[in-house]
Design a protein around this ligand. Structure first.
Ligand SMILES: C[S@@+](CC[C@H](N)C(=O)[O-])C[C@H]1O[C@@H](n2cnc3c(N)ncnc32)[C@H](O)[C@@H]1O
Length: 502
């Protein structure tokens, strides 16, 4: 049995016996042997025959086993491994898997030496930074992921590299990159969430300053990578190094079984995937020629909502905090409409919908969380399973509601005009734009989640005001234009918009 097979088998047994709460607390979700093998296969040449590898959050050591197998195949003769693991209960398994690895390769006259650190990786690396910095040829990891609360010691430990880390995996990435030699490589499997969104903005800035992204692998199926533990996270695998070259490879597979040779593969210049001089450094991950065309097209649109004095906010009514202010009817006229996520449909607000659990009215008393009843675009922050599109926008036309204020529930976003009110054309124009398949595709390229944040909407490239208004006016005249995506594309990207409009 190969060391990888042994690690895989023993890891499965360990995971079966360990409590759900234990796994959750430590972020202990193991990599399957096929994924570990694939991650190791991303190494395509070695810088020498003596190599040092680091496996932070090592668990049962499966990544070390897979990587050693790969490095030996590429000609390595002596490999030093440092593994870091906080969980005492897995240490003996980790030791025994690494001992097996050492014995296995000693028969082939390959020298394997390892050190097991029962330490918090971030804190240990912080304390020993001068010694560990740029000391490993490979840092390979499936880091834990869980949110960190303010004041957490892990945030402190990486703050000298990256400020305000909100999830432990971001700390592992930053530290991992810094511990990798200039000639080395960093290979991680992580949630896709770091590719966009405000929480990981600093990490992206750090990442694209410190290293070069050379390969990203995406799983098309949300549940596949950590099937055993039913982790509903979209994950990606990346390889980064500082070697010459600006090309980035993107590969995709449906799941685990089709990993490897049958993966679809695309090559891009890194500047096609991120705007290097932008602040947000959103990572675009196109997985088809169509995706690539959409990125190219949207790049030509130079405006953002704020350029048109439009802001996006998240609904201010948090239903469970306002429980006592909600009402299912407005019998005594003290209440105003409350718009929930489920009321928002593409191009229409379906309100009121009579049901007990989601009252459709809110008390006017608490007007800090209400907004004036005027024109808005309301958008679902969370698309439902049955939604074909991730972006679902509806016009909220104030005069149709005959009230002074309105409440938007926290699972919606709403767009409004600073110091004024959006015209009806503008409201409908934005709906046509964002509900179009082009924007839906664009959103999927930058974000693997079902939630759409206000920041992401605010950063969407959009055309000039005139074109948005024109789209809105067209919709009002004939709703069927939304089915004519070619016409919308022509208006947005042909450069003939001015002609069409005039
Ligand atoms: C997602 S699991 C990955 C395990 C293994 N490397 C694999 O790929 O299957 C992350 C591991 O990191 C460990 N861990 C959590 N926090 C840690 C920390 N601060 N330092 C070191 N290890 C940590 C957990 O106990 C868990 O075993």
């Amino acid at each position: 049995m190969s060391p990888l097979e042994k690690a895989s088998e023993t890891g499965l047994l360990f995971a079966k016996q360990s409590e759900k709460a234990h796994k959750k607390k430590l972020g202990q979700y193991f990599t399957s042997s096929l994924v570990a093998k694939f991650m190791a296969s991303l190494v395509d040449e070695i810088p020498g025959k003596r190599l040092r590898i680091c496996d932070p959050g090592a668990g049962h050591g499966i990544l070390s086993c897979a990587l050693v197998e790969r490095l030996v195949n590429l000609g390595a003769e002596e490999i030093f491994i440092d593994v870091f693991e906080v969980d005492k209960t897995i240490l003996s398994l980790l030791e025994s898997n690494l001992t097996y690895l050492r014995e296995f390769y000693s028969k082939q006259s390959i020298v394997i030496k390892f050190r097991v650190f029962n330490e918090n990786f971030l804190i240990w690396a912080n304390k020993n930074y001068l010694e560990l910095r740029e000391s490993y040829d490979y840092v390979i990891s499936n880091p834990p992921y869980f949110k960190l609360n303010k004041g957490d010691e892990n945030i402190q430990a990486v703050s000298f590299l990256l400020e305000g880390v909100t999830n432990i995996y971001a700390g592992f990435i930053a530290m991992g990159i810094k511990l990798t030699k200039i000639s080395g490589e960093t290979i991680f499997i992580v949630p896709r969430s770091f590719s966009s969104g405000l929480y990981f903005k600093k990490l992206r800035q750090f990442f694209f300053r410190e290293t070069r992204l050379k390969h990203v692998h995406l799983f098309q199926s949300r549940t596949e990578a950590f099937k055993e533990d039913k982790v509903l996270q979209e994950t990606l695998i990346f390889k980064a190094n500082n070697r010459e070259g600006v090309r980035t490879k993107i590969t995709t597979s449906e799941g685990i079984k089709d990993l490897g040779f049958t993966c679809k593969s695309f090559n891009y210049n890194i500047s096609e995937l991120i705007e290097l001089d932008s602040d947000h450094k959103i990572l675009h991950l196109p997985t088809s020629q169509e995706d690539y065309e959409v990125i190219k097209m949207l790049k030509t649109l130079k405006y953002r909502l704020i350029d048109h004095q439009i802001k996006v906010s998240t609904g201010r009514v948090v239903a469970f905090r306002s429980k006592n202010n909600l009402k299912t009817d407005n019998a005594d006229n003290r209440y105003v409409p409350l718009i929930w996520n489920f009321n928002v449909k593409k191009y229409s607000i379906n309100w009121p919908v009579i049901q007990d659990k989601k009252p459709q009215y809110i008390d006017r008393g608490n007007n800090k969380i209400l907004v004036p009843c005027q024109n808005y675009v309301v958008q679902r922050r969370f698309s439902a399973k049955e939604d074909k599109s991730r972006i679902v926008c509806a016009p909220f036309v104030g005069k149709e509601y005959k009230c002074v204020e309105v409440g938007f529930e926290n699972k919606t976003n709403f767009m409004y005009k600073l110091g004024g009110e959006m015209s009806i054309d503008l409201v409908y124009g934005l709906c046509v734009l964002f509900n179009s398949s082009i924007y839906d595709r664009y959103f999927r390229i930058i974000n693997g989640n079902i939630n759409v944040s206000a920041t992401e909407m605010a950063n969407m490239p959009i055309p000039c005001l005139q074109i948005i208004n024109y789209l809105g006016a067209m919709y009002i005249e004939n709703e069927n234009i939304v089915f004519n995506e070619e016409l919308i594309k022509t208006i947005l990207f042909s450069g003939k918009a001015e002609k069409i409009i005039s």
